[in-house]
Design a protein around this ligand. Structure first.
Ligand SMILES: Cc1ncc(C[n+]2csc(CCOP(=O)(O)OP(=O)(O)O)c2C)c(N)n1
Length: 410
């Protein structure tokens, strides 16, 4: 057999490695305000270009431009900014708490705060959110007590999850926050199934779910996309493209020659691609998708184009696989700075107010930290008695668990 045309496998490679200059030269973005806003009853086939463009409202001087500008009042804008500031302050303290041995693990949302905060503000508390582990801003923007989040992270006596979940895997039914799972993408079929059940039973609530660019390579994502599109489930599927999974860049997950929003085109689902660091744009596309779902017009796939500013988790060292200053060179800036600039430009905020808000957030987090630490941190003896591992799963405990419990003498 001739060996003339030996086959070769293509392995996508990032533009820049540690020690290189950050390189974003391959990307072009539409100008802020340039993308038209379609009616919510548009057919998915007419939205093809939206999967390859980028919806932007804020320009880099802080002006809100174009048809997607959501025209929010100043109070709502300030609330959004304060929630983002609080999320960042919370992340900062919890990251340090892990370094001090108070918890085993932490995951920051540094750089991605606009996504969860804006979306939490748009969705109703009755809707159900199926997040990944990087949307702590959803809870924070619902005024969930941050001390409860800390109790969970510390697995202490007041941990609402009673020490059974990995730190940061929160759950709050009353806040419409479905229990986080560490198994990537499992939340997507759950969200679609929940949305289908809501529609099937004539309810009015919609579902939303979040997953990373890397997680779109999981089969669960694709099965869920099929069900959502076929049955026009009232769900918003958010792909947070922060450019990295753990050490692999988004090209490895299938973003090299296309976009993640374009997955929606193949499934016949409305696709939108948005600047995830632009609070106003995220707010506006979420309003659009929520209205569409509530009007029984079907699901929307939103790709949020952003950058993971920190490590994947406290177990990761990003300097091993990307240039150290890549985040600082991100062409779409920092979400907090951009909303701050917008508020200042409309005369509704100042540097002094910003500093004061930052200090207030740090103090609020410090105070919650003191309260949570009083209840114990990682490894507190007797925080959760051994017998508690047998509780809360089955209404009636099956025989094999009863036997195990006896063997443990608890
Ligand atoms: C099914 C499964 N496979 C692998 C892992 C290990 N893992 C945890 S997070 C992660 C990267 C996910 O990246 P992405 O979806 O882009 O989300 P990001 O962390 O960037 O927010 C991997 C591979 C896992 N938790 N579950």
């Amino acid at each position: 057999m001739s060996r003339k045309n030996a086959l070769d496998l293509h392995i996508p490679a990032p533009n820049a490695r540690p020690g290189d200059k950050p390189d974003f030269s391959g990307w072009t973005f539409p100008e802020p305000g340039d993308t038209p806003r379609p009616d919510i009853d548009v057919s998915p086939s007419e939205l093809r270009d939206y999967a390859y463009g980028l919806i932007r409202v804020l320009d880099m001087e802080g002006n809100a431009l174009g048809a997607w500008a959501p025209h929010l009042d100043a109070e709502t804008l300030r609330r959004g900014l304060k929630y983002m500031i609080l999320t960042r302050a919370f992340d900062d303290r919890m990251y340090r708490a892990q370094r001090q041995g108070k918890t085993s693990f932490y995951m920051q949302s540094f750089g991605e705060e606009a996504i969860s905060v804006a979306q939490s503000m748009v969705l109703s508390p009755e809707d159900m959110c199926f997040p990944s582990y990087r949307q702590q801003g959803l809870l924070i923007a619902r005024d969930y007590p941050i001390v409860e989040m800390m109790n969970q992270i510390y697995s202490n006596k007041r941990d609402p999850m009673r020490g059974r979940q990995l730190p940061v895997m929160y759950s709050s039914k009353k806040d419409g926050f479905f229990t986080i799972s560490g198994n990537l993408a499992t939340q997507v079929p759950q969200a679609v199934g929940w949305a289908m059940a809501s529609a099937y039973s004539g309810d009015v609530r919609i579902a939303a779910t979040w997953l990373g660019d890397g997680s779109t390579a999981e089969g669960d994502f694709h099965a869920a996309m099929t069900f959502a599109a076929v049955y026009r489930a009232p769900v918003i599927i958010n792909v947070v493209n922060n450019q990295y999974a753990i050490s692999s860049f988004q090209g490895i997950a299938g973003g090299e020659n296309t976009t993640f929003a374009a997955r929606g085109v193949g499934y016949g689902m409305a696709p939108l691609r948005v600047d995830g660091n632009d609070f106003l744009a995220v707010y506006a596309v979420t309003q659009w998708a929520a209205e569409r779902a509530r009007a029984n017009l079907g699901p929307t796939l939103i790709e949020h184009f952003t950058y993971r500013g920190g490590p994947h988790s406290t177990s990761d060292d990003p300097s091993r696989y990307r240039p150290a200053d890549e985040g600082r060179s991100w062409p779409l800036g920092d979400p907090l700075e951009r909303l701050k600039q917008h508020l200042i430009s409309i005369g509704e905020w100042s540097d002094e107010q910003h500093r004061a808000a930052q200090e207030a957030a740090v103090e609020q987090v410090r105070e919650a930290g003191r309260e949570a630490e009083k209840e114990g941190v990682l490894g507190t003896e007797g925080a959760h008695p051994a017998q508690s591992m047998f509780e809360d799963v089955y209404k009636e405990m099956p025989w094999h668990l009863q036997e195990q419990r006896k063997q443990l003498e608890v």
